[in-house]
Design a protein around this ligand. Structure first.
Ligand code: KIV
Ligand code: ZN
Length: 508
């Protein structure tokens, strides 16, 4: 069987999802879980993009021990140098250089002629090859590029030293037949005396990202790029968990193996959902909450007689454990730490202490602490930084004529700020008071509330997204609490704190 390599870009293309912004601690946690999942190469970020991106790539380069760590670079010497600096500590470093090749991108975005584009590819891929053993090149918007020019661009990159060629369907325009044929055409026509790895990179604008990637594999691609839960720019990227499970379930058809440990799939998905703030839709293939639920009587009857009647994927295959042992009030530190590791978190000694205290406080209020409770607690611990603001008090009361009033207090470092406001409902009153504290007027783009687990003592989980009217920057926030108003306030404070911090950083 041939081997299909998995290239994960959750921390780069995935972070381009509106509202998602991971801090370095979060990126390292995700990277370590991706390594445990069996990812071959992680795209840790775009080092030239910001100091934060650079530092995160550096931290992942240090933390990863088995997987290759890649950094993105435009066809510019300064980008390649920055990626080289960030990846110095990586055991297996790789650079990913890209340049657009479609007419529309060359003419309007790059303002370059095709000849200039070819020259830039030659110059920068050659330069990258002097610093990196593994050089990947991507002709951006490949699927809307003239085929003969695409071949010329790819051949130029190969001649300059690229050994990995990634073919991005940047705007999710292609379909499986066409995308598969494109791989067959390029593979048949390139000339090289070295082994060239072809890789797929699909976006889901027409809902075909998974099908397109599988078509590429059928036509010779030995590598697939994508993200966990399919997060990413616009409609997102190929969901890697879908590819991993499809190749496994249909292995007789695809005749391809991977290094993915499928039993780590659900855990990987949970960590990314928590830390990105992007909830997994219930009907999402492979890892959605309904993926293993059988509703109709006929289906239930069939599954009871033989699960194979309606279930091609078992929950056990992807690590959806029904029998996972919940923790409780009497669980000690050892059980807690073991559970953290099981959930994919590796915390330092100083980080374990406050997390354990919070766990104990939660266990006083709730009989059984589920994995979902713990994931929420840990994500909150990893998300919050020493300088982030947090909710310290909330009071809500009915005022008159259907109006509600709220008094909110928020602490940040040594400072506590208190504000009061009214609104047509409790949430509006709370959010108006928080706006007053942060001196902001963002747009509330979305507000969602879910129960974290089943049962009457379930905690509420609120996901919100706010947008700064001036910069149009979107930030997600998550709040978890037994009380829905507190959860709503926590989510809004978290997002407001990130927004403020970003504004301060861009002022510097
Ligand atoms: O979608 C795209 O074209 C990309 C490139 C940077 C590979 O993400
Ligand atoms: Zn992309």
């Amino acid at each position: 069987m041939r081997k299909i390599q998995f290239f994960d870009t959750t921390l780069r293309d995935g972070e381009q999802t509106p509202g998602v912004n991971f801090n370095t601690k979060e990126k390292v946690q995700i990277a370590l879980q991706l390594e445990k999942w069996g990812i071959d190469t992680i795209e840790a970020g775009f080092p030239i993009a910001s100091i934060g991106d650079f530092e995160a790539v550096q931290a992942i380069a240090q933390a990863a021990s088995q997987m290759t760590v890649a950094g993105l670079a435009r066809c510019q010497k300064k980008d390649i140098d920055r990626a080289y600096e960030a990846l110095k500590a990586a055991r297996y470093p790789q650079i990913h250089v890209f340049l657009a090749t479609s007419d529309v991108h060359m003419k309007y975005k790059l303002k370059m002629t095709p000849a200039e584009v070819l020259a830039a590819i030659k110059e920068h891929v050659s330069y990258a090859a002097t610093l990196f053993e593994k050089v990947q090149f991507s002709p951006e918007d490949a699927t809307r590029t003239r085929k003969t020019f695409l071949l010329e661009a790819v051949q130029t990159a190969i001649d300059a030293g690229a050994t990995i060629i990634n073919i991005p369907d940047t705007v999710g325009y292609s379909n499986p037949t066409e995308y598969g044929k494109l791989f067959a055409y390029l593979i048949d026509n390139i000339k090289s005396d070295q082994e060239i790895i072809f890789s797929s990179h699909c976006h889901d604008d027409l809902g075909m990202a998974t099908a397109n990637a599988l078509a590429a594999i059928e036509n010779g691609a030995n590598r697939v790029e994508g993200t966990v839960n399919g997060i990413g720019e616009r409609a997102g990227n190929t969901a890697l968990e879908e590819i991993a499970v499809a190749l496994h379930i249909r292995k007789e058809y695809y005749q391809a193996a991977t290094s993915i440990r499928l039993a780590e799939t659900k855990r990987t998905s949970d960590i990314v959902a928590r830390l990105s703030g992007v909830a997994v839709p219930r009907n999402k293939a492979v890892i959605g909450a309904n993926a293993f639920a059988h509703e109709s009587g006929i289906h239930q009857d069939g599954v009871l007689k033989n699960p194979e009647t309606y279930e091609i994927i078992t929950p056990q295959l992807v690590g959806v454990e029904n029998n996972s042992l919940p923790l409780g009030k009497l669980s000690g530190r050892h059980a807690f730490v073991t559970k953290l590791q099981e959930l994919g978190y590796r915390l330092s000694e100083e980080e374990i202490k406050p997390a354990f205290q919070r766990f104990k406080a939660l266990a006083d209020k709730k009989k059984q602490i589920t994995d979902q409770d713990l994931l929420a607690l840990l994500a909150d611990e990893v998300r919050s930084e020493a300088d982030s603001a947090h909710l310290t008090g909330l009071q809500v009361q009915y005022v008159s004529c259907g109006r509600q009033g709220a008094i909110v207090s928020v602490a940040q470092g040594e400072t506590t700020r208190v504000a009061s406001a009214v609104g047509s409902g409790s949430i509006q009153a709370i959010y108006n008071a928080i706006d007053d504290i942060f001196q902001q007027q963002p747009t509330l783009v979305s507000y969602e509330i879910n129960a974290l687990s089943g049962g009457e003592d379930a905690q509420a989980e609120v996901h919100i997204s706010i947008e700064c009217p001036e910069t149009k920057r979107r930030i997600n926030g998550i709040g978890v609490d037994f009380d829905v108003l507190e959860a709503s306030a926590k989510a809004y404070v978290q997002a407001s704190s990130f927004l403020k911090k970003e504004a301060a950083q861009s002022d510097d």
